[in-house]
Design a protein around this ligand. Structure first.
Ligand code: HEC
Ligand code: HEC
Ligand code: HEC
Ligand code: HEC
Length: 356
């Protein structure tokens, strides 16, 4: 159960993983942003002074070089004509959702815009769907015949496991429960995608497989360290963020932001983790920004909101790792709930796995 770390790899990520200091607390003004400004749709109930502090923080977290003008057309701060401002509204709702509804994963540490953005408008780690490689020659039809890709770590494993698992909800389960072929319907292709995905996860966190598994049995939850349970929630969280928010964002982005297959940038483990097992090496900033913990109130996402607050059918964190999935109410979740949430002007589909 040793986890191997490479000191030079860790050192190379020192700069990007340095936390940024929160701004000094604001002296409360006593009136809300909604009372003072014309077009505040999400942060309306935030105190005026805190709102100003948050704007300064947005600048530092997302656009330090570009400044307020990255989102605003000064002096008309109420105008929504710049797309980054419209995207930022969705981002506020997404950040609030992470901090208030995905605490099984982010615990009390939580995230701010900086966790993903690290002082840049485009976070340093995002993913796009892989455009299908040209089907040329008979080997090219087989995944093994495809050229090694960076996404699959220079192996010929499937290059696009993220579309299957962090956008779709394909089963990440390949090991048979019985000897011989009796009942395990998982294909070899699924096994390959699973291994591809696991390599992406391990690399995102800068760890090896034993950080989450006892290699005596990759399938056994009983033998796995509790980090695997946290990771299980992380997979569901990333899937939720991509379906509920990043799809809407893609519709607002200019063409140069889209990937080779025409899809928008999306979130995966490395977007927050950047090579460490806890983002920013465990530093937390949300205590200094309680307005980023409030439940999502964005009009276009309310319909896609709460996962059930499921105190009763949620296993206690420690206990979860002890339970065999067969006897536990969680990991085999396969039911998919499709929620149609009306976005501005068009329907937006949100696909969510049923909560354990
Ligand atoms: C990353 C994007 C972003 C940056 C950078 C940013 N803002 Fe904002 N700003 C927003 C968003 C989004 C809103 C609307 C919030 C809402 O609807 O709840 C907003 C609203 C405002 C408003 C209210 C305008 C009105 O009348 O409705 C003011 C004033 C403002 N920002 C000032 C600033 C200043 C000053 C800076 C630089 C220090 C800044 N902002 C930097 C995204 C940004
Ligand atoms: C979970 C990770 C994550 C968090 C947290 C997050 N963002 Fe983002 N953000 C993204 C991704 C991914 C994109 C898409 C990148 C792109 O636009 O190419 C994005 C795009 C943006 C853009 C558009 C940039 C552009 O020029 O295309 C803005 C503005 C933005 N975010 C602001 C914010 C603000 C403000 C917050 C905090 C309230 C925030 N983000 C929190 C991941 C995140
Ligand atoms: C950060 C934690 C983490 C790391 C690192 C990790 N795994 Fe996993 N692994 C998981 C989780 C969580 C699942 C279950 C996913 C689910 O059910 O959605 C899983 C599932 C699997 C499965 C399927 C088990 C079954 O029941 O069929 C295999 C095989 C596997 N991992 C192998 C690996 C290998 C090989 C590595 C190293 C390259 C690795 N894992 C690294 C967390 C991790
Ligand atoms: C929105 C940002 C975000 C994303 C995306 C994300 N994580 Fe995390 N993750 C966190 C935060 C924050 C923590 C720290 C929680 C804490 O302090 O215990 C964490 C903690 C963890 C831990 C526990 C580490 C430990 O030592 O206790 C594991 C394992 C993990 N994440 C795996 C994953 C995997 C695997 C994925 C992708 C499927 C993922 N995370 C995606 C933010 C994120």
């Amino acid at each position: 159960m040793q986890v191997l770390y490479s000191p030079s790899t860790i050192a190379a990520l020192d700069d990007v993983n340095k936390p940024i200091a929160p701004l000094k607390p604001a002296k409360l003004n006593g009136t809300t942003a909604a009372e003072n400004y014309d077009n505040v749709q999400v942060l309306g109930d935030v105190d005026k002074a805190e709102f100003a502090r948050l704007m300064l923080s947005f600048k530092a977290w997302v656009a330090p070089k570009e400044g307020c003008g990255y989102c605003h057309n000064a002096p008309d701060y109420a105008s929504d004509e710049k797309y980054p401002k419209r995207v930022a509204r969705i981002m506020i709702a997404m950040t609030r959702r992470i901090n208030s509804e995905w605490t099984q994963h982010v615990k009390g540490t939580g995230v701010t815009c900086y966790t993903c953005h690290r002082g840049q408008p485009v976070p340093p780690r995002v993913w796009y769907s892989v455009a299908t490689p040209p089907q040329d020659g008979f080997m090219a039809r087989r995944p093994e015949g495809r050229p090694p890709t960076p996404a699959a770590h220079s192996t010929a494993l499937p290059a696009d496991p993220l579309s299957d698992y962090l956008l779709g909800d394909k089963d990440i389960r390949v090991v048979g429960k019985t000897a011989l072929q009796s009942g395990n319907t998982h294909s070899i292709a699924q096994a390959k995608s699973t291994y591809s995905m696991m390599m992406v996860m391990a690399e995102s966190l800068g760890v090896n497989c034993t950080y989450c598994h006892n290699t005596q049995s990759f399938t056994s939850w009983e033998l796995s360290p509790p980090t695997r349970v946290t990771a299980w929630y992380g997979i569901r969280m990333a899937r939720d963020l991509n379906n509920a928010y990043m799809g809407q964002v893609a519709e607002m982005l200019p063409a140069e932001r889209l990937g080779p297959a025409g899809d928008g940038p999306k979130v995966y483990c490395a977007t927050c983790h950047i090579g460490t097992s806890k983002p920013l090496r465990g530093a937390s900033m949300i205590q200094a920004y309680p307005e980023l913990v409030a439940p999502s109130v964005h009009p276009t996402t309310v319909a896609a909101t709460p996962e059930p607050e499921s105190g009763a059918n949620q296993p206690a964190r420690g206990a979860a790792a002890q339970q065999h999935p067969e006897s536990s109410p969680w990991p085999t979740a396969s039911a998919t709930e499709v929620v149609a949430a009306a976005g501005p002007g068009q329907a937006h589909q949100v696909v969510r796995s049923a909560k354990p």
